[in-house]
Ligand binder design. Structure first.
Ligand code: HEM
Ligand code: HEM
Length: 457
């Protein structure tokens, strides 16, 4: 893998900080997932230890995968990609480092408060007000840094990756503030159905307007570069960007099809969830035509390999998601492990894979030396692939068993024995993913710190 010359390259402290943040928190995030899975398998395991009960571990797992592992991984790549595409340096590395530090303090606050039982009890918006403020603050700092970098650019063209990164940070600052009702510090919520609607407006946008655009930005940069080929179509990239912004913002209510929200809102959510095929396919066709005939180049670059696999997962999760938005399908899939399977394909298989890909792609560039171990990175790739496919198969089967049992009027507790074996399988697969996180952090830390033999003094 080519490394850029040392003398003239900027120091990339912010990108390095986000790389470390992502790799480190992936360990705790997957550990929380593993613990939660073990508790579902053996419910008495941690009884009477308040801060370890499933109800606290689950939100810790979710918020850490989201804000600890995936988002910082994608932001690490963004902090490298933006200056490259704009032919300038990041506006302020100092501000970037402050952002990384504040980000980590916020993550510690997330774990401590949730473990201590301080929660607003709203999915993906569990954090209490002071912690919410930390999240809003880091996104505001990112907006300043990224917008000022764009302002200082020497490259007149704004490539699509720049659009996606800016959209992700600006829109997330807005939707996070709205969804967490930050003007009500005491409860962080509205009352009744309006609260559910606004929560899920934010809830799905955290995937659609944060993880998806950042992942698209990284893909649009890494794959054409790794394949040394121009993007297939500028027009398709614009169609993909604008249709994502227009369509995704309306689909949150597909989480509430079983709830008495106004029918017109459900209809919009369903129609737009199906219409998601437009941004998804515009992006995927563009990328897949770009890399057509270049699978060798992708295979040669472990970062590109992760990213390319992420695009395949994006195809599956999106087609599945559009189907899950149909009320007839949701009668079977809602409120059970089918959705958890979908969540892992999306957040781990799509965005997580691309975050790791971006990280491994930029590490040699920002350190000016090869990756510490390509073998370990490859190993991690296979472990995560096995993990995603394994989770998907197991959780989809469990979901179908649960969904059909409930449709037939079966009581929940009566089907628990028949799904127990799948919970054991899920926890075992989780052990593989957790181990891959340990390998990943070792590789990242060694890459950041080791001296290659030829340049060692
Ligand atoms: C050690 C590996 C992992 C294990 C064992 C694991 C396990 C779990 C468990 C037990 C839940 C709660 C499910 C429930 O409420 O019934 C969950 C939820 C979730 N996990 Fe993981 N997980 C792992 C890794 C990951 C990773 C790496 C990601 C993303 C990068 C992720 C994303 C999520 C999401 C988004 C949810 C929420 C699902 C929903 O509400 O439908 N997990 N996971
Ligand atoms: C065309 C694109 C997509 C559509 C139409 C879609 C649709 C859906 C629907 C209908 C649900 C709710 C299912 C239910 O509660 O019964 C859902 C849940 C979820 N989706 Fe997607 N999805 C899409 C893409 C994605 C992507 C790309 C990600 C991740 C980056 C993702 C992550 C999730 C997660 C984490 C949940 C679980 C939320 C919860 O905790 O209940 N989805 N999706």
């Amino acid at each position: 893998m080519s490394a850029e010359p040392n003398s003239m390259t900027p120091n990339y402290y912010t990108a390095k900080g986000f790389c470390f943040t992502s790799a480190f928190w992936m360990i705790l995030a997957t550990f929380a997932g593993l613990l939660g899975a073990t508790e579902l398998m053996a419910p008495d395991l941690t009884e009477n230890i308040g801060w370890l009960v499933f109800g606290r571990i689950r939100p810790i797992h979710i918020n850490l995968v989201l804000f600890g592992f995936v988002t910082p991984g994608l932001l690490a790549a963004a902090c490298y990609i933006l200056p490259k595409l704009l032919k300038t340096e990041l506006f302020s590395e100092k501000l970037g480092v402050v952002t990384v530090v504040l980000w980590n303090i916020t993550l510690v606050a997330i774990v401590v408060t949730l473990a201590a039982g301080y929660t607003q009890g709203r999915e993906y918006a569990e954090m209490i007000w002071p912690v919410d403020m930390g999240v809003v603050a880091v996104f505001c700092l990112l907006i300043v840094n990224f917008v000022m970098t764009v302002k200082r650019r020497t490259e007149p063209i704004l490539y699509v990756s720049v659009w996606y990164v800016l959209a992700a940070v600006i829109l997330t600052a807005c939707t996070f503030s709205l969804g967490n009702i930050i003007w009500r510090p005491d409860t962080g919520s509205l009352k009744g159905i309006p609260d559910a609607i606004i929560l899920w407006f934010y809830g799905h946008n955290v995937f659609g307007l944060l993880l998806t655009p950042l992942s698209a930005a990284v893909t649009y940069y890494v794959l054409p570069r790794a394949c040394k080929t121009p993007l297939y179509s500028h027009t398709l990239s614009l169609l993909g960007f604008w249709s994502l912004i227009v369509v995704y913002t309306h689909i949150g209510t597909h989480h509430l099809l079983q709830v008495p929200v106004p029918t017109w809102l459900k209809v919009i959510a369903i129609v737009d969830s199906v219409a998601m095929v437009i941004p998804v396919m515009a992006f995927l066709i563009n990328i897949w035509y770009t890399v057509q005939g270049k699978l060798g180049e992708i295979h040669a670059d472990v970062g590109a390999k992760f990213v390319f696999t992420g695009t395949i997962m994006y195809f599956f999760v999106s087609i599945q998601g559009s189907m899950m938005s149909l009320p007839q399908v949701q009668r079977v899939t809602h409120f059970n492990n089918w959705v958890v399977g979908h969540a892992h394909i999306g957040v781990l298989g799509f965005a997580g894979m691309i975050a790791l890909g971006g990280l491994y792609y930029i590490l040699p560039k920002i350190t000016g030396k090869p990756l510490f171990s390509r073998l370990l990175a490859d190993f991690q790739y296979w472990m995560i692939l096995i993990g995603v496919v394994g989770f998907t198969v197991v959780l989809t089967i469990v979901g179908l068993i649960q969904g059909n049992a409930w449709l037939n009027g079966e009581a929940v507790y009566r089907i628990l024995p028949s799904i127990h074996i799948y919970y054991v399988a899920r926890a075992s697969i989780g052990l593989i993913v957790f181990t891959s996180a340990l390998i990943g952090v070792y590789n990242v830390i060694r890459t950041l710190t080791y001296q290659p033999k030829e340049s060692a003094t």
